[in-house]
Design a protein. Structure first.
Length: 168
């Protein structure tokens, strides 16, 4: 596990990242975490006293990476942009996206949909799962599962599915 201190930063006008709070992982530390890598990867460890796992480090060029710091974490550690943070990280090699049981039941009846789902990048599978998990009623959850399975059969990613649903 690699330990270092850093400052919580905040994006100004930066497209979709506007307002994000994040930490920067310098190139030399990123190389120790995952040598010769320039793509996003998952880590686990500690942000001060807050345990994390499965968090994505995103490349920003010149070998540097960033990790967004969610509001839940900032509230827990009582820190905002500009605060010093002690970071302990290691690559989370065995991180897996857990498929909800009700979605898996549907995939069991339609292996083609499951194969397509598993071919997506982990972050894209996460979009679908978070969308399903955020349903407030069982009826909404069931509709989202059906839409997910249908999207997989049509080989649509999350954005295409959402766009097509709005067009209906």
């Amino acid at each position: 596990m690699i330990e270092f201190k850093t400052i919580i930063l905040q994006f100004g006008e930066q497209g979709e990242k506007t307002g994000w709070r994040y930490i920067e992982i310098p190139a030399d530390i990123a190389q120790k975490l995952k040598p010769n890598n320039k793509k996003a990867f998952r880590v686990r460890g500690m942000l001060d006293s807050f345990a994390i796992e499965g968090f994505a480090l995103m490349p920003m060029g010149d070998g540097k990476f960033i990790m967004p710091i969610k509001a839940e974490i900032r509230k827990s550690i009582h820190k905002e942009a500009g605060a010093m943070l002690t970071v302990k990280l290691e690559e989370h090699k065995d991180f897996k996206v857990l498929v909800p049981a009700d979605l898996q039941d549907c995939f069991d009846f339609d292996p083609e949909a499951e194969t397509q789902f598993n071919s997506l990048a982990m972050s894209h599978r996460n979009y679908f799962i978070k969308w399903i998990e955020s349903a407030k009623t069982n009826e909404t959850r069931a509709k989202r599962i059906i839409n997910t399975v249908n999207a997989m059969l049509r080989k649509w990613d999350y954005n295409v599915m959402i766009r097509e649903m709005r067009n209906d």
